[in-house]
Design a protein around this ligand. Structure first.
Ligand code: HEM
Length: 488
């Protein structure tokens, strides 16, 4: 018996070694992109994780716009040309599903039956009339969260209060997002916005290891945090509540129809919360960058306060439609510039068949079945040919501006949402609404010496977090109009 076990173990180890050796020594075929020279064992993984953007820019100068990296035993072809994004995104043999499956299974413990149909179906619930309903709930929750930030039960004082900016954003925008998704939960409940925020902080530290397939059991802290994140109301409770959002209700109905378990449903709810966490991270960076630059602060506050003054009625209510908010030019530029700098996303597709991929210059590249192909938006966002002084936050960079690469205008210079995200407009509107609310209800300033830095270890997350929180002072304004959302 023991001999048989030893034999099986040896055979498994040998198979892994052979597969790994085969991946290291595989031959490049004619027409395939050049493979970047890297370490024998882990290929380019260490260079990539050290500073992905600098590394990819260096690779481009040596190998051109299309090249292949080996990350341990995984080959991934990077397309650096931003004009080729649409062709890549439309190619039928480049599939997002296996990537999504990997994240859902490895990180959130579930898989979806018919994910494409489901995403098409649930994607509707963040657009059109649904989006308007969602916004109304979000705006109400945000107003309540901001009321709670007024010290002394809404008696406005002249005093500044101190807070970490991340904590401030967690108590305001994240609280509003959370309560508009799950319906208002008691702040003392096991599943509350504050508890989820704390658990996400821990869980996200392990996100990159988890989606690459390192077993969760290796990270007891991640397991514990996940337990807290899954301590959600049951599917029946969520369906019965009036204020659960349409996206969650629709997804529950769909998943039940396809025989999925309550535990699958909780995993999927968590993914939705996770994508919304990105909006919270962007809010942190937008406020931080604006407060760091007095000119940006002055210009944005002037635009927002003027817009509110122009709308306020005799009941002290200022009512905005989605378009009203989207038409604010400085706000739009601040948000785009924030997305440009804070995005850490990797736009990856699985190659389902050997494919001759034609880039925007008409050159073809043979992409191998089983490899992955990717666009790395942060490398495009930091390209000095496209963006002057690419690491600097310029609040007005996107006002009536066009951007070029190789002399050709870019259709989408900022690709923080990839090409597939159905929630892009909704998330951007929520972020803009938050900034409109925060800068009109509060005076905000960074404490002296406060300096936030991007945590580049989190490259691969849709939005990067800061290394540490920064301290701000905030003071509720003595006069402010209450904001209301109107559906056109
Ligand atoms: C700031 C917030 C958000 C960011 C930065 C973000 C970013 C992204 C990115 C980068 C992708 C991959 C796209 C690609 O590879 O082409 C994606 C996919 C997706 N996002 Fe978002 N997202 C956000 C909010 C939302 C919201 C609010 C929803 C709500 C419906 C959502 C739903 C999805 C779905 C369902 C997919 C998968 C699409 C598919 O498989 O076809 N996201 N998102």
């Amino acid at each position: 018996m023991l001999a048989a076990v030893i034999l099986v173990c040896l055979a498994t180890v040998l198979t892994v070694i052979l597969l790994f050796a085969a991946s290291i020594f595989r031959k490049r075929r004619p027409g395939e992109p050049p493979v970047v020279a890297g370490s024998l064992l882990w290929g380019s993984a260490a260079d990539f994780s050290r500073h992905a953007v600098n590394f990819l820019h260096k690779c481009r100068s040596v190998y051109g716009d299309v090249f292949t990296l080996r990350l341990v035993n995984q080959y991934i072809t990077i397309v650096m040309d931003p004009h080729s994004i649409e062709a890549l995104s439309k190619e039928r043999n480049f599939d997002f599903d296996p990537i999504q499956k990997q994240v859902n299974w490895n990180v959130f413990n579930f898989s979806l039956v018919e994910p494409k149909k489901m995403i098409k179906d649930t994607g509707r619930t963040v657009r059109g009339t649904y989006m308007k309903r969602g916004m109304t709930s979000y705006v109400d929750n945000l107003n309540m969260a901001c009321d709670d930030m007024h010290p002394d039960n809404n008696n406005v004082t002249e005093e500044w209060a101190a807070e970490g900016l991340r904590d401030f954003a967690a108590k305001t925008i994240f609280d509003a997002l959370f309560n508009s998704i799950f319906g208002r939960q008691q702040s003392s409940a096991t599943f509350s916005s504050q508890k989820v925020y704390e658990n996400f902080e821990v869980f996200h530290e392990y996100f990159n290891y988890l989606w690459l397939g390192v077993p969760k059991k290796c990270f007891p802290a991640a397991m514990k945090a996940l337990g807290g994140l899954l301590a959600q109301p049951s599917a029946d409770q969520l369906l019965a509540a009036d204020d659960t959002c349409d996206y969650i209700k629709n997804a529950i109905d769909y998943m039940r129809l396809h025989g999925q378990s309550d535990s699958d449903i909780k995993g999927h709810n968590l993914v939705y919360l996770h994508v919304n966490y990105n909006t919270f991270r962007l809010a942190f960076w937008a406020i931080n960058h604006v407060l760091e630059d007095p000119k940006a602060h002055e210009a944005l506050v002037a635009e927002l306060r003027e817009a509110v003054d122009a709308k306020v009625d005799s009941d002290n209510l200022a009512t905005f439609t989605a378009r009203d908010v989207e038409d604010l030019k400085i706000l739009d530029s601040v948000v785009q510039e924030t997305c440009r700098l804070a995005s850490g996303v990797f736009m990856v597709r699985y190659i389902t068949k050997d494919t001759q991929f034609e880039d925007s210059n008409g050159k073809t590249h043979l992409m191998r079945q089983g490899d992955r192909v990717a666009i790395y938006p942060p490398a495009i966002h930091k390209d000095p040919e496209i963006f002057d002084e690419p690491t600097v936050f310029k609040y007005d960079r996107f006002i009536d501006a066009t951007f070029y690469k190789n002399g050709k205008e870019l259709r989408n210079p900022v690709i923080a949402f990839g090409t597939l995200c159905p929630g892009k407009r909704y998330a951007l509107l929520q972020l803009k609404w938050y900034l409109l609310t925060a800068f009109t209800r509060f005076d905000l300033r960074l404490q002296p010496g406060a300096k936030a830095e991007y945590d580049y270890r989190y490259h691969g997350h849709e939005v990067l977090p800061p290394v540490d929180d920064v301290n701000i002072d905030y003071r509720p304004r003595s006069e402010f109009a209450r904001l209301d959302f109107a559906s056109e």
